[in-house]
Write a protein that binds this ligand. Structure first.
Ligand SMILES: Nc1nc2c(ncn2[C@@H]2O[C@H](COP(=O)(O)OP(=O)(O)OP(=O)(O)O)[C@@H](O)[C@H]2O)c(=O)[nH]1
Ligand SMILES: [Mg+2]
Ligand SMILES: [Zn+2]
Length: 312
């Protein structure tokens, strides 16, 4: 008999598949190859799969993967030809950001947003740990929120610790599959624990000296929360944006994408070209300077030299 279910966790060799309310531990049948994509994991959290249960064994055997709506893929290391699929079939990404303990850098935010735009996944920016904010941090938060809200990204400022605005986050979840992402230590697992009592996902203190998280969560895992599916993920340092060509990068900046048709050249990279609408807009303050500077940093990033091949 063929069963169908959804992968909610994978530990490398085992896949935990949720089907009709129960969780079945499964293995993969033989070797799966997904259209030439060289990934370290052919099946990921969020995949809908078919599996059979062999009576003698206690485990299931996955023998078919349903077509994916999208996939969040990350290269394991910059130079690796192999990529890792973090999660698939995502409706929305929550990017958890903290201004301190640890500090999330705007370049990281923009890299993430570009990757999400590339994968066609809407992002919500959640600023956590606002209980720790000094007057200066409060001003910075207002500024950052205005930058990203002006572009069209939804922003919510919260404190998991002090229970601030958790209800606002909860309202965004219903009926959706949501990827929870962000640096290690920003409070991803803590937020899930707060949203659903009894989950008890492991969390740990941010190192006081380095102000960095301890990479507590090591596997992506999906939980049923507030009428939706939330995927807790290990903290990330960054996304290799390795399959975007330079002249296409601005397509994934919504505020630049709206204006770039007015540039003289349709393959304008908005750097050295004459009659560039984007550069004019930066000077006029219509396109935020910080975003533009981050755009330039991403353009110049040489990890991009190893693009494309892993995705073909
Ligand atoms: N002050 C304060 N601390 C918080 C808040 N939310 C979470 N923390 C703390 O931040 C630390 C890290 O939280 P985790 O939930 O483990 O962070 P994570 O993002 O899951 O980290 P990784 O699993 O390593 O990626 C814990 O000590 C939490 O108690 C908050 O709103 N305010
Ligand atoms: Mg965690
Ligand atoms: Zn231009």
């Amino acid at each position: 008999m063929i069963n169908t279910g959804k992968v909610i966790k994978s530990t490398g060799s085992w896949y935990y598949v949720k089907s009709k309310g129960s969780i079945i531990k499964c293995k993969l049948k033989g070797k799966f190859k997904l259209r030439g994509l060289r990934t370290t994991n052919p099946v990921a959290v969020g995949d809908n799969v078919d599996f059979i249960i062999k009576k003698k064994e206690r485990a299931g055997l996955i023998n078919n993967i349903h077509e994916r709506k999208n996939a969040i893929i990350r290269r394991s290391t910059n130079l690796s030809r192999y990529a890792h699929t973090i999660a698939v079939n995502i409706d929305t990404a929550f990017l958890i950001v903290t201004l301190k303990f640890p500090k999330t850098y705007p370049l990281f935010i923009d890299r993430f947003l570009v990757a999400a735009e590339k994968f066609n996944i809407p992002s919500v920016i959640i600023f956590n740990k606002i209980d720790l904010h000094s007057e200066k941090d409060k001003k910075e938060l207002i500024y950052l929120k205005s930058v990203y809200e002006n572009i069209g990204y939804k922003c919510v400022d919260i404190s998991v610790k002090n229970n601030i605005n958790i209800g606002k986050v909860s309202k965004l979840i219903k009926g959706k599959t949501i990827l929870i992402s962000g640096n290690s230590g920003v409070g991803k697992s803590s937020l899930l624990n707060k949203l659903q009592t009894g989950l008890n996902i492991k969390t740990s203190k941010v190192s006081a000296f380095h102000e960095q998280g301890k990479h507590t969560t090591t596997f992506a895992e999906m939980f049923d929360i507030a009428g939706g599916m939330l995927i807790d993920t290990p903290g990330i340092k960054g996304f290799g944006l390795t399959d975007i060509q330079n002249e296409k990068l601005s397509h994934y900046y919504p505020e630049m994408n709206r204006l770039r048709k007015k540039c003289r050249f349709n393959n304008c990279t908005h750097t050295h070209e004459p009659d560039c609408e984007i550069k004019k807009s930066v000077n006029k303050g219509i396109v935020n300077k910080l975003r533009y500077n981050n755009y330039i940093s991403i353009l110049n990033d040489d990890t991009g030299k190893y693009r494309e091949d892993a995705y073909r």
